[in-house]
Design a protein around this ligand. Structure first.
Ligand code: PRT
Ligand code: ZN
Length: 225
């Protein structure tokens, strides 16, 4: 791949993390020229550009070196690290900073009427999720043998449709679970948006720019807290 002299940050094009991520970068003194219906935003002052993509693509873009950093939910980053990462010859990714927005948790939920006391009650059951890596790892640590059903979306209706006995999905207010007669039983992961990047910083101007950005971020995050 051609060496780049400008830093490139991947962020969500359109979704829950878009506005707060852009707001945070603006507070760090970064402004961008291109309108947001485009894939690429050119940085005006500093040599920092944005790539606007689906959140699920962000870890892969960093691991492949297409982007230097990304703003993404820990849930997406952890799932990627568990299922791809080094085994695919990709660079190992790390959380450089917690960003304090996009907070949610990845939880197990079961139908309200199900008799559930402990993870062992999931033995032999079917659990629907968009996070098969994280769920599989949790089931292993709990010593539970269950069938993981991977769905891209609408996980919360799987029990009602009869395609799963329980789900493992993101929860924020809990409203979606209640609306689907489900109750939260176990939290697998507490999540928020994070600044993700490779474990080793690039040893050129981009590395210097990342260090400067991290310093500014720390200032902005401290003011918020
Ligand atoms: O198009 P793209 O793939 O980029 O977007 P997306 O639809 O995958 O993501 P998006 O915008 O929904 O969420 C982006 C990130 O926001 C997630 O990866 C999480 O890190 C974070 N986040 C924070 C959430 C929620 N809160 C959240 N509540 N992501 C999803 N939800 C959903 C959840 O899946 C469930 O359907 O909201 C519902 C639960 O919310 P409550 O409030 O009813 O509990
Ligand atoms: Zn997504």
């Amino acid at each position: 791949m051609k060496p780049r002299d400008r830093l490139r940050i991947a962020m969500q094009k359109s979704g829950r993390l878009t506005e707060p991520a852009l707001d945070l970068l603006n507070r760090c003194g970064l402004t961008f020229r291109q309108s947001r219906d485009k894939l690429f935003c050119f940085g005006e002052g500093e040599p920092v550009d944005l790539l606007l993509v689906r959140d699920d693509d962000i870890p892969g873009l960093i691991a492949q070196g297409v982007c230097d950093l990304g703003i993404v939910g820990r849930n997406v980053l952890s799932e990627f690290r568990g299922t791809a990462g080094e085994s695919n010859g990709n660079a190992a990714l790390t959380e450089w900073r917690k960003l304090g927005f996009g907070r949610c948790r990845l939880s197990i939920a079961v139908p309200q009427e199900m008799d559930y006391n402990a993870p062992q009650d999931l033995h032999g059951r079917r659990i629907a999720t968009s996070y098969p890596g994280l769920l599989g790892e949790w089931l292993r640590t709990q010593g539970v043998d269950a069938t993981v059903i991977t769905l891209a979306g609408s996980v919360e209706i799987a029990p009602k449709l009869g395609t799963a006995d329980a789900i493992c999905d993101l929860v924020q207010s809990g409203g979606t679970l209640v609306a689907n007669q489900l109750r939260e039983t176990d939290v697998l992961l507490q999540s928020e948006a994070v600044l993700a990047g490779p474990e080793a910083l690039p040893s050129d101007e981009r590395g210097d720019m990342i260090e400067l950005l991290l310093k500014r971020l720390d200032g902005v995050i401290q003011v918020r807290e």
